[in-house]
Design a binder for this molecule. Structure first.
Ligand code: BGC
Length: 428
């Protein structure tokens, strides 16, 4: 008997974006930082810095193929981005054309609460209209309340390191839950708290560019408190809501099984994957599972010439999501894959990546991982954080000069998988 590879009934198939990366015309902590640092970052992109190798951005493949874009200061201004704020209807039509039944997007805190305690009803209504528009198309909104970018007033008052941060965030999150009422079920309060705390407060790659171990723990502590404060308030106003954070999981692999490497793997797994989930126990209704690649602990003894790299030199790795999902099974909560994808400007790898990744996901589900949805990062090419526009993660290609959207072949393939809810005939 041939295996059908059919996903569970009601499986969510989606794509994700976040406000700063696609909306355009922002004024927040990041736009201020862009003004202050674009020239410097354009200059640095010509050198392979420690920063680049830590993030896996800096290897030769990228330097040759994308050096022109990366050394242009304009690359580092989010500017109009994909103008999604004005063109969301067109983008929702694309979701529909691709048979996707969920869309993960983020509310821009700086638009909704531009000054402390002062909410802009027009901006709130904009997001409410988006939700209605999704629902009209039968698409489930998966709403992120805060995805890395802070209003200028929050940043000026100390950002996530302020002791008031949890209260500011909880007030905003509760307001959003009240405004959306029964229209929104799925909320991600905070995207990747630990990535944010590490890159903004420990390694200093993102604003406010702090490099402090103490500062990092302080920020992470406040972010956890922010979620824990917001969760019951949101539940009180929207009891039907399913609320969680998103967490970037990693699968740690040891190739040389020395006692030291094995102990390091156990520690890394606890430190990176488990500790945050445990800290939020009782305050999450699902695991928001973001996944990009595995990490090798100890010496990487593989034949490096056989490793395929994506445009930002992250390893092409569609298999290890299986192991990571089996590990996440232990938390006893439903799992939504809330991000997974790759930078692939020419779309040479994305189709194959989707099929292979979803085969791994299917395998994990067959072995008891309670995965209820897969949301690809990203719907559109977008402004990739500190790297700017050159890395292209989109199912849809963006021509930024004309704002023309072009659906990539890989997206059509993904659309067929979503439409049939199975991997049966994806390559025919
Ligand atoms: C973030 C996205 C980002 C993606 C690719 C995730 O950690 O949530 O904002 O674009 O990774 O780097």
């Amino acid at each position: 008997m041939t295996e059908e590879k059919r996903f569970p009934k009601g499986f969510l198939w989606g794509a994700a974006t976040s406000s700063h990366q696609v909306e355009g015309n922002m004024r927040n902590e990041w736009t201020e930082w862009e003004k202050a640092s674009a020239e410097k970052r354009a200059k640095e992109s010509r050198e392979e810095s420690w920063h680049d190798s830590w993030r896996g951005y800096g290897k030769k493949e990228r330097n040759t193929a994308f050096s022109k874009e990366a050394s242009d200061p304009n690359n580092y201004f989010s500017g109009a981005a994909a103008d999604h704020y004005n063109r969301y209807e067109e983008d929702f039509d694309i979701l529909q054309e691709l048979h996707l039944n969920t869309y993960r997007f983020s509310i821009e805190w700086s638009r909704v609460e531009p000054e402390e305690g002062v909410f802009d009803q027009k901006a709130i209504d904009h997001y409410k209209t988006m939700v209605v528009s999704l629902r009209r198309r039968g698409i489930e909104p998966f709403v992120t309340i805060w995805h890395f970018w802070l209003p200028v007033w929050v940043a000026e008052k100390g950002g996530a390191s302020s002791k008031d941060f949890p209260a500011w965030f909880a007030r905003y999150a509760e307001r959003m839950a009240r405004e959306f009422g029964s229209e929104v079920t799925f909320y991600v309060t905070i995207n990747e708290p630990d990535i944010y705390a590490s890159l903004s407060y420990l390694l200093g790659f993102w604003p406010p560019e702090k490099k402090s171990v103490f500062g990092h723990f302080q920020a992470l502590g406040n972010i956890k408190k922010a979620h824990k404060l917001a969760y019951p308030k949101m539940k009180a106003t929207a009891p039907h809501a399913k609320i969680g954070i998103t967490k970037q999981f990693m699968h740690f692999v040891v190739l040389q099984k020395t006692p030291w490497n094995l102990a390091a793997r156990r520690f890394a797994d606890w430190w990176w994957n488990t500790s945050l989930v445990h800290a939020l126990e009782g305050y999450q209704d699902f695991i928001g599972f973001n996944y990009y690649q595995k990490k090798i602990i100890g010496k990487d003894t593989r034949d490096q010439s056989k490793i395929i790299h994506t445009d930002i030199s992250w390893e092409y790795d569609p298999e290890s999501i299986y192991d990571a999902l089996l590990t996440a099974r232990q938390y006893g909560l439903p799992i939504y894959i809330t991000e997974n994808g790759l930078a692939d400007a020419t779309d040479r790898l994305r189709g194959r990546f989707l099929v292979e990744t979803l085969t791994s996901v299917y395998r994990a589900i067959s072995e008891g991982a309670p995965v209820l949805g897969y949301i690809h990062w990203s719907l559109l090419d977008n402004f990739e954080l500190d790297k700017g526009f050159w890395p292209r993660f989109g199912l849809v290609h963006m021509d930024y000069a004309t704002q023309k959207r072009t659906i990539r072949d890989s997206a059509r393939l993904y659309g067929r998988i979503a439409e049939t809810n199975s991997l049966e005939t994806p390559l025919s």
